[in-house]
Ligand binder design. Structure first.
Ligand code: KG4
Length: 342
Protein backbone atom coordinates (compact mmCIF):
# COMPACT_ATOMS: atom_id res chain seq x y z
CA UNK A 1 0.00 0.00 0.00
CA UNK A 2 1.33 3.45 -0.83
CA UNK A 3 2.65 5.23 2.26
CA UNK A 4 3.63 8.70 1.19
CA UNK A 5 2.69 10.91 4.11
CA UNK A 6 2.32 8.58 7.07
CA UNK A 7 -1.32 8.16 8.00
CA UNK A 8 -2.50 11.28 6.21
CA UNK A 9 -4.83 11.02 3.23
CA UNK A 10 -3.07 10.09 0.01
CA UNK A 11 -4.34 11.79 -3.13
CA UNK A 12 -3.53 10.02 -6.41
CA UNK A 13 -4.08 11.44 -9.88
CA UNK A 14 -4.74 8.54 -12.28
CA UNK A 15 -4.48 8.53 -16.08
CA UNK A 16 -5.97 5.88 -18.37
CA UNK A 17 -5.56 5.83 -22.18
CA UNK A 18 -5.23 2.14 -23.10
CA UNK A 19 -7.92 2.04 -25.80
CA UNK A 20 -10.57 4.56 -26.84
CA UNK A 21 -11.26 6.38 -23.56
CA UNK A 22 -9.10 9.25 -22.34
CA UNK A 23 -9.63 9.44 -18.61
CA UNK A 24 -8.23 11.22 -15.56
CA UNK A 25 -9.36 10.81 -11.95
CA UNK A 26 -8.47 12.03 -8.48
CA UNK A 27 -8.88 9.39 -5.79
CA UNK A 28 -8.20 9.71 -2.05
CA UNK A 29 -6.84 6.70 -0.17
CA UNK A 30 -7.78 4.28 -2.92
CA UNK A 31 -11.53 4.51 -2.31
CA UNK A 32 -12.87 8.06 -2.37
CA UNK A 33 -13.36 9.33 -5.93
CA UNK A 34 -13.16 13.13 -6.09
CA UNK A 35 -13.50 13.20 -9.88
CA UNK A 36 -13.44 10.73 -12.77
CA UNK A 37 -13.40 12.47 -16.14
CA UNK A 38 -13.90 10.20 -19.17
CA UNK A 39 -13.74 11.37 -22.76
CA UNK A 40 -14.93 8.55 -24.99
CA UNK A 41 -13.94 8.28 -28.66
CA UNK A 42 -16.73 5.81 -29.46
CA UNK A 43 -18.58 8.24 -31.81
CA UNK A 44 -15.32 8.67 -33.79
CA UNK A 45 -14.71 4.93 -34.23
CA UNK A 46 -18.34 3.96 -34.98
CA UNK A 47 -17.97 4.54 -38.72
CA UNK A 48 -15.06 2.05 -38.86
CA UNK A 49 -16.93 -0.64 -36.88
CA UNK A 50 -14.19 -0.78 -34.23
CA UNK A 51 -11.26 1.09 -32.72
CA UNK A 52 -8.65 2.33 -35.22
CA UNK A 53 -5.37 2.45 -33.23
CA UNK A 54 -3.78 5.41 -35.01
CA UNK A 55 -6.95 7.51 -34.73
CA UNK A 56 -7.23 6.56 -31.05
CA UNK A 57 -3.66 7.76 -30.32
CA UNK A 58 -4.19 11.06 -32.10
CA UNK A 59 -7.42 11.77 -30.23
CA UNK A 60 -5.83 10.95 -26.86
CA UNK A 61 -3.17 13.56 -27.70
CA UNK A 62 -5.79 16.16 -28.59
CA UNK A 63 -7.86 15.59 -25.45
CA UNK A 64 -5.57 14.59 -22.62
CA UNK A 65 -4.69 18.08 -21.34
CA UNK A 66 -8.35 19.12 -21.16
CA UNK A 67 -9.37 15.87 -19.49
CA UNK A 68 -6.69 16.29 -16.79
CA UNK A 69 -7.61 19.98 -16.26
CA UNK A 70 -11.31 19.11 -15.95
CA UNK A 71 -10.60 16.30 -13.48
CA UNK A 72 -8.59 18.70 -11.28
CA UNK A 73 -11.31 21.37 -11.50
CA UNK A 74 -14.12 18.93 -10.61
CA UNK A 75 -12.12 17.62 -7.66
CA UNK A 76 -11.39 21.21 -6.60
CA UNK A 77 -7.67 20.36 -6.50
CA UNK A 78 -4.40 21.83 -7.73
CA UNK A 79 -1.60 19.72 -9.19
CA UNK A 80 0.45 20.60 -6.09
CA UNK A 81 -2.11 18.76 -3.88
CA UNK A 82 -1.41 15.47 -5.64
CA UNK A 83 0.83 12.94 -3.85
CA UNK A 84 1.49 10.57 -6.76
CA UNK A 85 0.71 10.08 -10.45
CA UNK A 86 -0.72 6.70 -11.52
CA UNK A 87 -0.88 5.56 -15.11
CA UNK A 88 -1.91 2.50 -17.11
CA UNK A 89 1.19 0.80 -18.52
CA UNK A 90 -0.66 -2.02 -20.34
CA UNK A 91 -2.25 -4.04 -21.76
CA UNK A 92 -3.77 -2.03 -24.60
CA UNK A 93 -2.93 -0.27 -27.86
CA UNK A 94 0.70 0.78 -27.70
CA UNK A 95 0.27 4.21 -29.28
CA UNK A 96 -2.70 4.99 -27.07
CA UNK A 97 -0.88 3.81 -23.93
CA UNK A 98 2.18 5.93 -24.75
CA UNK A 99 0.13 9.14 -24.78
CA UNK A 100 -1.03 8.62 -21.19
CA UNK A 101 2.31 7.25 -20.06
CA UNK A 102 4.32 10.18 -21.41
CA UNK A 103 1.85 12.71 -20.02
CA UNK A 104 2.13 11.03 -16.60
CA UNK A 105 5.94 10.95 -16.80
CA UNK A 106 6.01 14.68 -17.60
CA UNK A 107 3.71 15.44 -14.64
CA UNK A 108 5.79 13.25 -12.33
CA UNK A 109 9.03 14.91 -13.44
CA UNK A 110 7.73 18.47 -13.28
CA UNK A 111 6.00 18.02 -9.92
CA UNK A 112 8.68 15.73 -8.44
CA UNK A 113 5.96 13.28 -7.44
CA UNK A 114 6.21 9.47 -7.63
CA UNK A 115 4.97 7.72 -10.75
CA UNK A 116 3.06 4.48 -10.21
CA UNK A 117 2.60 2.20 -13.22
CA UNK A 118 -0.63 0.16 -13.08
CA UNK A 119 -1.71 -2.98 -14.90
CA UNK A 120 -5.05 -2.12 -16.55
CA UNK A 121 -6.43 -5.58 -15.69
CA UNK A 122 -5.60 -5.07 -12.05
CA UNK A 123 -7.53 -1.81 -12.23
CA UNK A 124 -10.62 -3.73 -13.42
CA UNK A 125 -10.07 -6.41 -10.80
CA UNK A 126 -9.99 -3.91 -7.93
CA UNK A 127 -12.63 -1.54 -9.40
CA UNK A 128 -15.51 -2.78 -7.16
CA UNK A 129 -13.56 -1.38 -4.18
CA UNK A 130 -14.73 2.04 -5.38
CA UNK A 131 -18.38 1.06 -4.98
CA UNK A 132 -18.18 -1.02 -1.78
CA UNK A 133 -16.28 0.75 1.03
CA UNK A 134 -16.17 -2.41 3.17
CA UNK A 135 -15.12 -4.86 0.47
CA UNK A 136 -11.69 -6.42 1.18
CA UNK A 137 -9.74 -9.30 -0.37
CA UNK A 138 -9.67 -12.26 -0.48
CA UNK A 139 -12.22 -12.71 -3.24
CA UNK A 140 -12.66 -14.46 -6.59
CA UNK A 141 -12.63 -11.98 -9.49
CA UNK A 142 -14.02 -12.36 -12.98
CA UNK A 143 -12.80 -9.69 -15.42
CA UNK A 144 -14.72 -9.61 -18.69
CA UNK A 145 -13.75 -6.72 -20.92
CA UNK A 146 -13.21 -5.92 -24.59
CA UNK A 147 -9.66 -7.24 -24.57
CA UNK A 148 -9.51 -9.80 -21.75
CA UNK A 149 -11.42 -12.49 -19.86
CA UNK A 150 -9.89 -13.76 -16.63
CA UNK A 151 -10.86 -15.65 -13.49
CA UNK A 152 -8.41 -14.76 -10.72
CA UNK A 153 -8.13 -15.07 -6.97
CA UNK A 154 -7.40 -11.73 -5.36
CA UNK A 155 -5.65 -13.10 -2.24
CA UNK A 156 -4.62 -9.60 -1.24
CA UNK A 157 -4.54 -6.19 -2.94
CA UNK A 158 -1.24 -6.97 -4.58
CA UNK A 159 -1.36 -10.77 -4.67
CA UNK A 160 -3.30 -12.12 -7.61
CA UNK A 161 -3.47 -15.70 -8.86
CA UNK A 162 -4.97 -16.39 -12.28
CA UNK A 163 -7.05 -19.60 -12.25
CA UNK A 164 -8.72 -19.32 -15.66
CA UNK A 165 -8.59 -17.23 -18.83
CA UNK A 166 -9.95 -17.13 -22.34
CA UNK A 167 -7.81 -19.15 -24.72
CA UNK A 168 -8.91 -17.02 -27.67
CA UNK A 169 -11.34 -14.08 -27.91
CA UNK A 170 -12.27 -11.96 -24.91
CA UNK A 171 -15.98 -12.02 -24.05
CA UNK A 172 -16.44 -8.35 -25.06
CA UNK A 173 -14.76 -9.15 -28.37
CA UNK A 174 -17.24 -12.00 -28.94
CA UNK A 175 -20.14 -9.63 -28.17
CA UNK A 176 -18.75 -7.03 -30.58
CA UNK A 177 -18.12 -9.56 -33.38
CA UNK A 178 -21.58 -11.14 -33.10
CA UNK A 179 -23.11 -7.66 -33.00
CA UNK A 180 -21.29 -6.73 -36.22
CA UNK A 181 -22.62 -9.92 -37.86
CA UNK A 182 -26.11 -8.79 -36.89
CA UNK A 183 -25.49 -5.31 -38.31
CA UNK A 184 -25.37 -3.50 -34.94
CA UNK A 185 -23.08 -0.50 -34.47
CA UNK A 186 -19.81 -0.61 -32.48
CA UNK A 187 -19.60 -1.21 -29.56
CA UNK A 188 -22.00 -4.11 -29.96
CA UNK A 189 -22.24 -5.31 -26.35
CA UNK A 190 -24.84 -2.77 -25.21
CA UNK A 191 -26.87 -3.30 -28.44
CA UNK A 192 -26.97 -7.08 -27.93
CA UNK A 193 -27.95 -6.50 -24.29
CA UNK A 194 -30.90 -4.34 -25.45
CA UNK A 195 -32.00 -6.57 -28.36
CA UNK A 196 -31.84 -9.72 -26.21
CA UNK A 197 -34.45 -8.30 -23.83
CA UNK A 198 -37.06 -8.67 -26.60
CA UNK A 199 -35.76 -12.04 -27.83
CA UNK A 200 -36.22 -15.68 -26.90
CA UNK A 201 -32.99 -17.10 -25.42
CA UNK A 202 -34.15 -20.66 -26.18
CA UNK A 203 -34.89 -19.98 -29.86
CA UNK A 204 -31.50 -21.17 -31.16
CA UNK A 205 -29.33 -23.79 -29.48
CA UNK A 206 -25.83 -22.30 -29.83
CA UNK A 207 -22.95 -24.46 -28.48
CA UNK A 208 -21.84 -24.20 -24.85
CA UNK A 209 -18.04 -24.51 -24.82
CA UNK A 210 -16.82 -25.96 -21.50
CA UNK A 211 -13.40 -27.32 -22.68
CA UNK A 212 -11.88 -30.06 -20.44
CA UNK A 213 -14.06 -31.18 -17.50
CA UNK A 214 -11.99 -29.44 -14.79
CA UNK A 215 -10.91 -26.43 -16.81
CA UNK A 216 -11.72 -22.91 -15.64
CA UNK A 217 -10.58 -21.52 -19.02
CA UNK A 218 -12.95 -20.12 -21.61
CA UNK A 219 -13.19 -20.22 -25.39
CA UNK A 220 -15.43 -17.65 -27.08
CA UNK A 221 -14.11 -17.64 -30.64
CA UNK A 222 -16.33 -20.50 -31.91
CA UNK A 223 -19.59 -18.79 -31.06
CA UNK A 224 -19.24 -16.08 -33.72
CA UNK A 225 -18.80 -18.79 -36.37
CA UNK A 226 -21.85 -20.61 -34.99
CA UNK A 227 -23.89 -17.38 -35.23
CA UNK A 228 -22.59 -16.70 -38.75
CA UNK A 229 -23.40 -20.29 -39.86
CA UNK A 230 -26.91 -19.96 -38.43
CA UNK A 231 -27.51 -16.65 -40.24
CA UNK A 232 -26.19 -18.04 -43.55
CA UNK A 233 -28.28 -21.22 -43.32
CA UNK A 234 -31.43 -19.19 -42.59
CA UNK A 235 -30.69 -16.94 -45.58
CA UNK A 236 -30.14 -19.96 -47.86
CA UNK A 237 -33.50 -21.35 -46.82
CA UNK A 238 -35.08 -17.96 -47.51
CA UNK A 239 -36.11 -17.68 -43.86
CA UNK A 240 -36.21 -14.44 -41.85
CA UNK A 241 -33.64 -13.79 -39.15
CA UNK A 242 -35.01 -12.63 -35.85
CA UNK A 243 -32.08 -10.52 -34.55
CA UNK A 244 -33.55 -10.33 -31.05
CA UNK A 245 -33.72 -14.14 -30.82
CA UNK A 246 -30.14 -14.49 -32.13
CA UNK A 247 -28.90 -11.91 -29.58
CA UNK A 248 -30.76 -13.58 -26.71
CA UNK A 249 -29.66 -17.12 -27.69
CA UNK A 250 -26.02 -16.01 -28.10
CA UNK A 251 -26.12 -14.47 -24.63
CA UNK A 252 -27.63 -17.58 -23.05
CA UNK A 253 -24.86 -19.74 -24.56
CA UNK A 254 -21.90 -17.64 -23.41
CA UNK A 255 -23.34 -16.53 -20.08
CA UNK A 256 -24.34 -20.05 -19.01
CA UNK A 257 -20.69 -21.14 -19.31
CA UNK A 258 -19.38 -17.94 -17.72
CA UNK A 259 -21.66 -18.19 -14.68
CA UNK A 260 -21.15 -21.95 -14.16
CA UNK A 261 -17.36 -21.69 -14.35
CA UNK A 262 -17.27 -18.70 -12.00
CA UNK A 263 -19.38 -20.51 -9.39
CA UNK A 264 -17.20 -23.61 -9.83
CA UNK A 265 -14.07 -21.48 -9.34
CA UNK A 266 -15.47 -20.07 -6.07
CA UNK A 267 -16.34 -23.56 -4.80
CA UNK A 268 -13.03 -25.09 -5.83
CA UNK A 269 -11.03 -22.34 -4.11
CA UNK A 270 -13.35 -21.84 -1.10
CA UNK A 271 -14.25 -18.25 -1.91
CA UNK A 272 -17.53 -16.79 -0.66
CA UNK A 273 -17.12 -13.44 -2.46
CA UNK A 274 -17.24 -12.99 -6.24
CA UNK A 275 -16.39 -9.72 -7.97
CA UNK A 276 -17.42 -9.29 -11.63
CA UNK A 277 -15.85 -6.36 -13.48
CA UNK A 278 -14.86 -5.05 -16.94
CA UNK A 279 -17.09 -3.63 -19.67
CA UNK A 280 -19.28 -6.75 -20.05
CA UNK A 281 -20.09 -6.59 -16.31
CA UNK A 282 -22.53 -3.83 -17.32
CA UNK A 283 -24.67 -6.46 -19.08
CA UNK A 284 -28.13 -6.81 -17.57
CA UNK A 285 -28.66 -10.51 -18.33
CA UNK A 286 -25.21 -11.31 -16.92
CA UNK A 287 -26.12 -9.53 -13.68
CA UNK A 288 -29.50 -11.29 -13.50
CA UNK A 289 -27.94 -14.74 -13.90
CA UNK A 290 -25.07 -14.06 -11.49
CA UNK A 291 -27.45 -12.64 -8.87
CA UNK A 292 -29.60 -15.77 -9.01
CA UNK A 293 -26.81 -18.37 -9.09
CA UNK A 294 -24.62 -16.75 -6.42
CA UNK A 295 -27.62 -16.41 -4.07
CA UNK A 296 -28.37 -20.12 -4.50
CA UNK A 297 -24.73 -20.99 -3.72
CA UNK A 298 -24.25 -18.61 -0.75
CA UNK A 299 -21.72 -16.45 -2.55
CA UNK A 300 -21.79 -12.67 -2.14
CA UNK A 301 -21.65 -10.87 -5.50
CA UNK A 302 -20.12 -7.45 -6.20
CA UNK A 303 -20.12 -5.35 -9.39
CA UNK A 304 -18.49 -1.96 -9.89
CA UNK A 305 -20.89 0.96 -10.45
CA UNK A 306 -21.58 1.34 -14.20
CA UNK A 307 -19.15 4.26 -14.60
CA UNK A 308 -16.33 2.01 -13.29
CA UNK A 309 -17.21 -0.98 -15.52
CA UNK A 310 -15.77 0.34 -18.77
CA UNK A 311 -12.34 1.97 -18.97
CA UNK A 312 -11.81 4.72 -16.43
CA UNK A 313 -8.95 6.34 -14.53
CA UNK A 314 -10.56 6.04 -11.07
CA UNK A 315 -9.80 2.31 -11.02
CA UNK A 316 -6.18 3.06 -12.02
CA UNK A 317 -5.70 5.62 -9.24
CA UNK A 318 -7.34 3.22 -6.78
CA UNK A 319 -5.18 0.24 -7.80
CA UNK A 320 -2.07 2.45 -7.56
CA UNK A 321 -2.81 3.12 -3.90
CA UNK A 322 -2.50 -0.60 -3.25
CA UNK A 323 0.74 -1.10 -5.17
CA UNK A 324 3.33 -1.53 -2.46
CA UNK A 325 6.38 -0.62 -4.53
CA UNK A 326 6.67 2.89 -5.92
CA UNK A 327 8.16 2.96 -9.41
CA UNK A 328 9.64 6.42 -9.01
CA UNK A 329 13.21 5.25 -9.43
CA UNK A 330 12.63 4.03 -13.00
CA UNK A 331 9.82 6.40 -13.86
CA UNK A 332 11.47 8.12 -16.78
CA UNK A 333 12.56 4.81 -18.31
CA UNK A 334 9.12 3.23 -17.90
CA UNK A 335 7.68 1.86 -21.14
CA UNK A 336 4.19 0.80 -22.23
CA UNK A 337 3.56 -2.95 -22.39
CA UNK A 338 0.72 -3.65 -24.84
CA UNK A 339 0.67 -7.39 -24.03
CA UNK A 340 0.91 -7.17 -20.23
CA UNK A 341 -0.91 -10.02 -18.47
CA UNK A 342 -2.13 -10.33 -14.89
O1 KG4 B 1 -13.67 -2.70 -20.15
P1 KG4 B 1 -13.87 -2.14 -21.49
O2 KG4 B 1 -14.17 -0.67 -21.62
O3 KG4 B 1 -12.66 -2.42 -22.46
C1 KG4 B 1 -11.49 -3.01 -22.18
O4 KG4 B 1 -10.81 -2.65 -21.17
O5 KG4 B 1 -11.16 -3.92 -22.97
O6 KG4 B 1 -15.03 -2.98 -22.16
C2 KG4 B 1 -15.51 -2.75 -23.44
C3 KG4 B 1 -16.32 -3.96 -23.86
C4 KG4 B 1 -16.81 -3.89 -25.28
O7 KG4 B 1 -16.53 -5.12 -25.91
C5 KG4 B 1 -18.32 -3.68 -25.12
O8 KG4 B 1 -19.08 -4.22 -26.20
C6 KG4 B 1 -18.60 -4.41 -23.83
O9 KG4 B 1 -17.47 -4.11 -23.02
N1 KG4 B 1 -19.83 -3.97 -23.17
C7 KG4 B 1 -20.90 -4.77 -23.02
C8 KG4 B 1 -21.91 -3.97 -22.39
N2 KG4 B 1 -21.40 -2.71 -22.20
C9 KG4 B 1 -20.12 -2.73 -22.68
N3 KG4 B 1 -21.10 -6.04 -23.33
C10 KG4 B 1 -22.29 -6.59 -23.05
N4 KG4 B 1 -23.31 -5.89 -22.48
C11 KG4 B 1 -23.17 -4.60 -22.13
N5 KG4 B 1 -24.18 -3.93 -21.57
Amino acid sequence: MVRIRGDEKVLILGIESSCDETSCALVKNGREVLSNEIYTQIPIHVEYGGVVPEIASRNHLIKISDVVDNALKKADCQLEDVDAIAVTKGPGLVGALLVGLNYAKALSYALKKPLIAVNHLKGHLLSPLLSYPDLEPPYMALVVSGGNSYLAICHDYDEIEVVGASRDDALGEAYDKVARTLGFEYPGGPKIDKAAKQGDGKAIDFPRVYLEPDSLDFSFSGIKTAVLNYINSQKQKGLEINKDDVAASFQEAVLEVLVNKSIRACQKHNMDKLVVSGGVAANSRLRGLFNKETAQNNIAIYYPAFEYCTDNAAMIASAAFYVDKLNNEDSLRLNANPALSL
